[in-house]
Design a protein around this ligand. Structure first.
Ligand SMILES: Cc1ncc(COP(=O)(O)O)c(C=O)c1O
Length: 431
């Protein structure tokens, strides 16, 4: 298994920085989400420093859907990033962290009336409009007031990045955004421009997730800048902002080959500057909104082995005390992971195991056919790269409690989310 961030081995045990994983298990129990906070903050800084231009403003938004709780939002605020939310619940969490409202972007293809009202009442910086009906909904709330809301329009530039079908979002029949190839797009933009309660700031697009081809992002940026030029000329307006979304691929297993992020971001911003000059647009601010590539590799999940089963069919299982409830990605889209037995980190890995969760579902398999040292009940198993789309997609299936989340850094440990209790599980039940 590849050691990521501040992971290191001491006396054949796995540590994150100076923190022993076995000690974390003793202190906080398992399953446990562990975030390498120093690594996370370093990534944020590297994003900010690398996606920088002398000619235009650049913004990095953290896509909070990838992993969010109040402590995470506080880190993002402290480090000076912007943030995007896609629901009233995410917005509520971010506001509870006292995140500056002008730095919040609100996404979503079906923002409810109450969510929009909540966002507008809290003066959030930018609403990213997904479709025509949403324009009506916002105008409905704002009409008759003097309020002016900055908005972007999400569009679909038809870039077909090579990624998993379920996380590909910009095919022409995608549920997100309005197509740039539809002639009606000019009428839609015009209806925003002409409304006195709306400030049309520009466009947003996002071409998918876990993308490894730089060219897809360059193509996206060029297509969008060219499109902006057409809109500026046709409607005789200046468009100041372009948000190019996230989607930068990360390492999960040896099959993944992510580009070096700092270098890529330098190259990306340079290309964008060139497109601006070449097409002669009035763009002043360019945004990106990574989620996975900011948090994924800083997060791991620690489990206790509760059983090792040799089946009659020849497959050997390791049973862990979590599974698809804390990480639905393998069951949902066959996501792959690596693993390590933290208390046997130096031992030879010559046993092939399938790592299964505890849910009553045969698809509750976290990793198939993976080589590990001989496992026994009580061993601790860590799966790295679980920072993104695990905790945020977790469930209480089988009424299993959600794990705790602890952030570890040079300064020590910080419990950010406490473990759910049985009492939490019946909290909403009316009886
Ligand atoms: C609109 C939008 N922006 C940003 C992201 C973040 O993508 P990633 O986590 O792959 O960087 C997503 C993810 O689906 C998205 O839908």
């Amino acid at each position: 298994m590849k050691l990521l961030g501040n992971m290191n081995l001491k006396n054949s045990e796995l540590y994150i920085g100076d923190t022993s994983c076995s000690e974390l298990a003793k202190k906080f129990d398992t399953p446990l989400f562990i975030i390498d906070e120093d690594d996370f903050r370093e990534k944020i800084k590297s994003y900010k420093n690398s996606f920088k231009s002398k000619k235009i403003d650049s913004r990095v938004l953290y896509a909070s859907k990838s992993m969010l709780n109040v402590y995470t939002a506080k880190i993002i605020a402290e480090e000076g990033l912007y943030i995007d939310v896609v629901s009233g619940g995410e917005l509520y969490t971010v506001l509870k962290a006292k995140f500056p409202s002008e730095r919040i972007y609100f996404h979503g293809n079906n923002k409810l009336y109450k969510e929009l009202k909540f966002a507008l009442d809290n003066n959030i910086g930018t609403i990213v409009i997904d479709n025509v009906q949403e324009i009506e909904r916002i105008i409905n709330i704002l009409s008759g007031t003097d309020n002016k809301q900055k908005v972007l329009l999400r569009v679909n530039p038809g870039i077909d990045a090579h990624t998993h079908e379920y996380i590909k979002t910009t095919k022409l029949d995608s549920k997100f955004g309005e197509s740039i190839f539809d002639e009606n797009i000019f009428n839609i933009v015009n209806s925003i421009v002409e409304n006195e309660n709306l400030i049309f700031a520009g466009f947003h697009c996002h071409i998918g997730s876990q993308i490894f081809e730089k060219e897809s992002f360059f193509k996206e940026a060029e297509t969008m800048v060219e499109f902006m030029k057409t809109v500026e000329d046709k409607l005789d307006i200046k468009i100041p902002e372009l948000n190019l979304g996230g989607g930068f691929g990360v390492y999960y297993t040896k099959e993944d080959n992510p580009f070096e992020l700092g270098k890529f971001l330098n190259e990306y911003i340079e290309k964008i500057e060139n497109y601006i000059d070449y097409y002669g647009v009035n763009l002043q601010t360019v945004d990106i909104e990574p989620g996975r590539s900011l948090i994924c590799n800083s997060g791991s999940t620690l489990y206790t082995v509760g059983g090792v089963k040799e089946t009659f069919g020849g497959k050997d299982y390791i049973f862990v005390d979590g599974g698809m409830t804390d990480n639905p990605r393998p069951a949902l889209y066959q996501a792959k992971y690596e693993a390590i037995l933290v208390n046997k980190a130096n031992k030879k890995a010559d046993n092939v195991y399938t790592i299964a969760g505890k849910c009553c579902e045969s698809g509750d398999i976290l990793i198939k056919d993976y080589k590990l040292p001989k496992a026994e009940i009580g061993d601790l198993l860590l799966i790295p790269s679980t920072g993104a789309y695990t905790y945020s997609m977790s469930s209480n299936y089988n009424r299993i409690e959600r794990p705790a989340m602890v952030f570890v850094s040079r300064e020590g440990e910080k419990l950010a989310v406490r473990r759910q209790t049985y009492e939490d599980l019946i909290r909403e039940d009316v009886y």
